[in-house]
Design a protein around this ligand. Structure first.
Ligand code: ADP
Ligand code: ASP
Ligand code: MG
Length: 494
């Protein structure tokens, strides 16, 4: 059995869904289970509708809902023809009227809670998966829609729920396996799940990749295919740098690091279930049926390039905490760490000196209550609109001069570095710059470490295989420390 996940752009229109059906038909022998995202931009539109309704702009949000309804019904008509789409329409209409009722309710109470947001966003994947399942059937693929809310069981951390694997495994076996064993294709919406009690939850934005991996692990799949709009994982985001090229092979460790540090092509937690069950993951281009993309496995042959890839994560805050006069230094550090712990704050990079500590965190996840608490024990400053740039490669450990080369390149780009992290058993070098400097810095680094002339180098990979520990990478360097395992675990709850 294999799990095939198609992202928003891969199901954005009738043509795109048509391509998905063709791709899936090439995998029938492998018993595919198909997971789909909402049609491109739908989740963002649902978010906007929710905010509008909660702000009392009910009619405007209902107007957007009309456009959303029209898009789905039109796509269904184009894919299924007038007769079959007319028979599907009532199933879709049930969801549109539930959505309308919900938006009106939001406008009445003027509040969108995390729980309400999960319910609201679940419609995107429900609608797309119902349409895709029917489109398959019309194209001679035996398919059955499966409600993911009855398969993926999570805790109740709304907007970034954590899967409960034992219950999920049991449900997947009960709901998905019987369909697959009748040689039919189960089709599920990604991103959405439910608590044990049946309350809808979501796995965090971009979470359909994670759904595919969770289902893959629950069913012991042979592989997990993530079909997207680029040729696999690339040496950097091709939107930032057009010279980016596809990485043929990459290890779980490296790919997880890239995903955590902003490579949007994979949800940060996607690789955790795959690592656990040692299931290979492929990232492939749904616009290219012959795509060979990127293969992600426990071990990957070394690349001749110094790094495997460069990534950037925007929306970061640097928090500087300086001990107030008279505070004992050891007591100060303990108080700061205890405060971070109390607020379950996922810190990326930490730099400590005798009487001060700086740490970075995603601005949207920085609790105001944490800042108020820290202000009571220290002088506090907070800088927003920062970004972490991260260069990943398992071969950098023990090679002299690499950090110098990175920082020289950044200096040549005229970019100021705010914080640095590199540790002993490193697979990455990461540092913080201002968000506005990211494009310049990444392009300079990419042309230095992945020069255009070296594009054929990947074919000359050395044959040596390495053993990559897939567990923790705890890095401590001078006064700079970052705990990768915590990051990946935190990302699991993204
Ligand atoms: P999907 O809708 O299929 O889930 P996403 O938009 O979530 O697709 O992810 C694909 C996008 O990720 C690409 O269009 C690309 O701009 C971005 N991206 C960022 N970093 C990378 C990278 N290193 N390799 C490939 N794509 C990347
Ligand atoms: N539709 C969801 C989002 O846009 C999940 C996903 O596409 O992976 O975040
Ligand atoms: Mg995605």
């Amino acid at each position: 059995m294999i799990v095939m996940k198609f992202g928003g752009t891969s199901v954005e229109s009738a043509d795109a869904i048509e391509r998905v059906a063709r791709i899936v038909s090439t995998r029938l022998k492998s018993s595919p289970v198909v997971v789909v995202s909402a049609m491109a931009k739908v989740t963002d539109q649902l978010v906007t509708m929710g905010h509008k309704a909660a702000a009392g702009e009910c009619e405007s949000s209902i107007e957007s809902l009309r456009a959303l309804r029209e898009r789905h019904l039109r796509t269904a008509r184009e894919l299924l023809g007038p007769k079959r789409s007319a028979s599907l329409a009532p199933r879709l209409e049930v969801h549109f009227s539930e959505l309308e009722n919900f938006l009106r309710g939001l406008a009445a109470v003027r509040e969108l809670t995390p729980r309400g947001s999960d319910y609201l966003l679940s419609f995107g994947e429900l609608l797309s998966s119902i349409i895709v399942a029917d489109a398959f059937a019309v194209r001679g693929l035996k398919a059955a829609w499966v409600d993911s809310r009855q398969c993926l069981v999570t805790d109740s951390t709304h907007t970034r729920a954590v899967p409960q694997m034992d219950a999920t495994r049991e449900r997947c076996k009960k709901k998905i396996v019987p369909i697959a064993s009748k040689k039919a294709i189960p089709v599920l919406g990604g991103f959405i799940a439910a608590t044990e009690a049946g309350v809808p939850t979501t796995l965090g934005r971009g979470g359909s990749d994670y759904s595919a991996a969770i289902i893959g692990a629950a069913l012991d799949a042979d592989c997990i295919e993530i079909w997207t709009d680029v040729e696999g994982m690339m040496t950097t985001d091709p939107r930032l740098c057009p010279d980016a090229r596809t990485i043929k092979r990459i290890s779980f460790n490296e790919a997880a690091e890239l995903a955590y540090f902003g490579a949007k092509v994979l949800h940060p937690a996607t690789l955790l279930p795959a690592i656990h069950k040692n299931i290979p993951v492929y990232v492939l281009n749904s616009r290219n049926l012959k795509s060979t993309g990127t293969q992600i496995t426990a071990q990957a042959p070394p690349s001749r390039d110094t790094f495997r890839a460069i990534t950037a994560k925007n929306g970061i805050s640097i928090v500087n905490v300086v001990a107030s006069r008279g505070v004992m230094v050891h007591g100060f550090l303990r108080s700061v760490f205890e405060a971070l712990d109390r607020h379950s704050s996922p810190v990326d990079i930490v730099a400590i000196s005798e009487v001060s500590m700086s740490f970075t965190m995603e601005t949207k996840r920085l609790p105001k209550a944490l800042l108020s608490e820290l202000e009571e024990i220290a002088d506090l400053t907070c800088e927003n609109q920062q970004a972490i740039i991260c260069l990943v490669g398992e071969d950098i450990h023990g090679k002299p001069g690499i950090a110098a080369s990175v920082f020289n390149t950044i200096a040549e780009a005229g970019v100021n570095i705010r914080m640095i992290s590199q540790g002993a058993s490193e697979i990455n070098i990461s540092f913080v710059v201002q968000e506005s400097d990211v494009p310049k810095a990444v392009r300079h680094l990419h042309s230095h470490f992945f020069p255009a002339a070296s594009s054929g180098k990947q074919n000359g990979l050395a044959r040596r295989e390495r053993t990559n520990g897939v567990a923790a990478n705890t890095r401590v360097a001078n006064s700079v420390k970052r705990t990768s395992e915590k990051n990946v675990t935190a990302a699991g709850a993204n």
